[in-house]
Design a protein around this ligand. Structure first.
Ligand SMILES: [Zn+2]
Length: 268
């Protein structure tokens, strides 16, 4: 696979989930430098060692600069095989848009994808790596690329869901899957001054057993598909596709990034 960037700069505006402020993002073509986030002149590589927080989302940090919720844009970069871009932002979080990666994918496609001369070598897993535990963890084994993700929730609308992604049809099967949450958690976050921009336009929300969104789900198993979207974005911080068989069970951003760090260490 060749390295890829975009043809021309694109500008994306939208509300951030936590502060509820309007944010402008400019994505520019670049050569080689990988995916680089820039805020107020400070450059932060989208690399596992610069991830400083994974509580609610994936946050990059360097010195006193933080950039939160990079995972959906990173997932869109994965989906289009984009390895090199500069992402300039005027806030400390990315716009949440509709809570999926679809809008990012469409905007990047509208700029056009440009193949660079250099090749990107896949990261080949040659021995098993395990993070977390059997109750919540991820394992990766040598083999062709595949993600088998399983989640279990007490709410019947989610219940037990499994999705197997083999690298095909990212735009159709994964990019539109929205983030999800419980109304009670959103209310709790609001009382802490978080999720101020959160609502039905950028998440699937559950109130007990009930889905609040009038438009319904985009897929019956949208929940687990979103988890696949997230892990693809988090692993794209490695800067190259991972060649291995991934099995994730009730995992989260912390475990996705822990796995990315261990994969990186195993190759050093
Ligand atoms: Zn997500």
């Amino acid at each position: 696979m060749r390295r890829r960037t975009i043809q021309s700069p694109i500008r994306i505006g939208g509300i951030g989930l936590h502060r509820g402020e309007y944010i402008t993002l400019t994505i520019k073509p670049s050569k080689e430098g990988g995916i680089m986030f820039v805020k107020g002149g400070t450059k932060i590589p989208a690399s596992p060692e610069y991830v400083i927080d994974t509580t609610l989302n994936t946050t990059l940090g360097y010195k006193d600069v933080r950039i939160s919720t990079i995972e959906h844009l990173m997932s869109a970069f994965y989906g289009l095989g984009i390895t090199d871009c500069e992402v300039e932002i005027d806030s400390d979080e990315l716009p949440s848009l509709d809570g999926s990666a679809l809008f990012f994918v469409r905007q990047l496609e509208s700029s056009g994808i440009k193949e660079l001369d250099q090749e990107v070598c896949p990261i080949v897993i040659d021995s098993p790596i395990i993070v977390g535990n059997p109750q919540s963890g991820i394992e990766i084994y040598p083999g062709p690329f595949c993600i088998r993700y399983r989640i279990e929730f007490p709410e019947a609308i989610i219940g037990s869901q499994e999705f197997v992604f083999t690298g095909n049809n990212y735009i159709e099967d994964i990019a539109p899957a929205r983030t999800f949450g419980k109304l009670e958690d959103v209310e709790k976050m609001r009382s802490l001054g978080l999720a101020m921009g959160g609502g039905l336009h950028n998440a699937v929300l559950l109130n007990g057993e009930d889905l609040i969104n009038p438009e319904g789900l985009r897929y019956k198993d949208e929940f687990v598909r979103h988890k696949v979207l997230d892990i693809l974005g988090d692993l794209w911080t490695l800067g190259a596709p991972v060649q291995g068989e991934i099995r994730a069970y009730k995992a989260n951003h912390r475990l996705h990034i822990e796995l990315a760090k261990k994969i990186k260490e195993s190759k050093q």
